[in-house]
Design a binder for this molecule. Sequence first.
Ligand SMILES: [Zn+2]
Length: 406
Amino acid sequence: MPTAWRTLAEIAGGGERALGRISAAVNAARRRAWAAAATRHGALPGIRIADKVLEGVTGIRLDASVVTCHSDKEGAEPNFKGFGLHPLGAWCDNTTEPLSGMLRPGSAGSNTAADHITVLDAAIEALPPPHRRRLMVTCDGAGASHDLITRLDKLAARPGYQVIYSVGWELGQREKAALAKVPGQAWQIAVDERGEVRERRADGACGDLRCAHRECWIEEAHVTELTGLLREGPAGDQLAGWPALMRVFARRERPHPGAQLTLFEAEDGWRYSLWVTNLPAHLRGWRANPAYIDAAHRVHARVEDAIRTGKDTGIGRFPPESMAMNEAWFSAALIAATLLAWLRLLALDDRLARAEPKTLRYRILHAAARLVRGGRRRRLKIQATWPWAAAIVAAWERISALPQAP
Ligand SMILES: [Zn+2]
């Protein structure tokens, strides 16, 4: 631990320059790792959208999460969720690895445009150049800011590049007025991560669990597009000043029992979330289906998992006291998460290729094994009785066979 601490102190002492050099080194390694992944699997994994897979597109997900701290750390400030630090990260949906991150004080806003733009630009720079041409950028939370949308719109307008964005949008007065005008049949049922409609059995439904009685089923979530109501209503274009290609979508869900509702939601009986996207309106096929436009904005199961399990790689804990030391810690934790993603992508199979950090730590990282040098070769010595010995040997052989770094 003292060695690790000294390393962190060195990084912290080097400031922005040290962090920049670390990012550059990781990004250079990523070019080789992704090339090797494409060789191994034929292509980089696609982006999973409900039961579909979008191939050939790189997904970047911006996510701000509050990390609660109990001690009096520098930068640990009260925020809307409690007390702590407020890191912002960009995650690759294809590989679940972090691409860039920014450690912010607890009081940082969840939608601060300048921070989002900095992290987004760093994430694009982190991508190997062949994977920058077709991007899908998503950002959760409500309150798409003008600056972030303008930046995304500019990125999307570059010739030779395609950027589809999907960013959370605030539910304001004009949106509430539009929602009130949506006819019932314009709400389409939402799909879950398996592509199945989200509905459940009603209380007092009949005994036949597969029945087709309308009254026996409760549809739990719906999607609709509000662009027409907001752009072409009697009040004129209420989105003037926003990019012309920007479309607004809304999802409504049955609130969970006990959920905190706004007055509007309590009166209305639904909980709403809105987002904007530049997905072209002329698109055909499953991507044009509002249920899948919703799924593309929302279902990032792998990235959500990466953020959740990131807590096991140190992303969700900040032991040091000073902000500079915590920045160094954050940078190291992001590298740990990146290396685990590459291990899965390049060297593991089946269930281990989908295993969470905790599982990998027990089965692989903490296995009793040694690397021994004999002559010019390095050899892996591992107890044959370890249940994952064969998987570890196979992984070691795959890693050893990768082209050496220059
Ligand atoms: Zn029935």
